[in-house]
Design a protein around this ligand. Sequence first.
Ligand SMILES: Nc1ncnc2c1ncn2[C@@H]1O[C@H](COP(=O)(O)OP(=O)(O)OP(=O)(O)O)[C@@H](O)[C@H]1O
Length: 252
Amino acid sequence: MTRPQVVTQSLLYVDGVSVTFDGFRALNQLSFIIAPGEMRAIIGPNGAGKTTMMDVITGKTKPDTGDVIFAGETDLTQLDETAIANLGIGRKFQKPTVFESHTVEDNVLMAVKADRTVFGTLFSRHSRPIMARVDEILGIVRLGDHRARMASELSHGQKQWLEIGMLLAQDPKLLLVDEPAAGMTDAETAATADLLKDIAKSHSVVVVEHDMGFIRELGVKVTCLHEGSVLAEGTLDQVSSDDRVIEVYLGR
Ligand SMILES: Nc1ncnc2c1ncn2[C@@H]1O[C@H](COP(=O)(O)OP(=O)(O)OP(=O)(O)O)[C@@H](O)[C@H]1O
């Protein structure tokens, strides 16, 4: 099938997606486009459909209608969660799930070794390229100085970064990040914004977040969801001065 240019030039093309739970429309004709290399912030009140949107992209939830086309060609609605992950879509859930009783380095090492796509059988017995990759990832997620510590000893924010590092081990083309700043100190929140900006230089990122200060730090295009649809889209200043966004989300 020949797809229109708007689809083939998108990294993620979401068009007319609806999801109904027991008669309740969690997503209602949701449409948006993520460009290759883009980082996008998604905001919206509780129940707006942000989690359901991520569930649809990752294959956890199948939409009733609509298209979700990845990298201009693959219809994600036809694939299961494993196939979608293997295409290069990584998801960071809100709660960190690291291996607490292993060191920081071993957590990343396990994730790198699990990534057969980059280090196939050719490299599996040679540790140097693997350790170089581990070093690189620990640097990106600001944990180089903490590599020998047990993951259980890390702060909440550091655990979040470690899990982001473990996702980077798979070198995802698209990284979905759910409320990374939740529960973080101000310093950790600022560091997380820097970290995501670094990651976004070489990955596309969709970040769901409520912390407007954090979103301002990211400095990226913002999409506000409401009742399962896009309510407003643009710069943070444009979206946060939109009367409808103020009404349903930001408050007066
Ligand atoms: N499995 C389900 N069964 C029934 N209703 C559901 C299910 N999952 C989500 N919903 C409903 O769909 C709506 C959208 O939920 P969703 O979790 O996607 O919103 P959200 O924007 O992520 O909210 P929050 O900011 O609170 O995380 C909510 O009203 C929710 O109660």
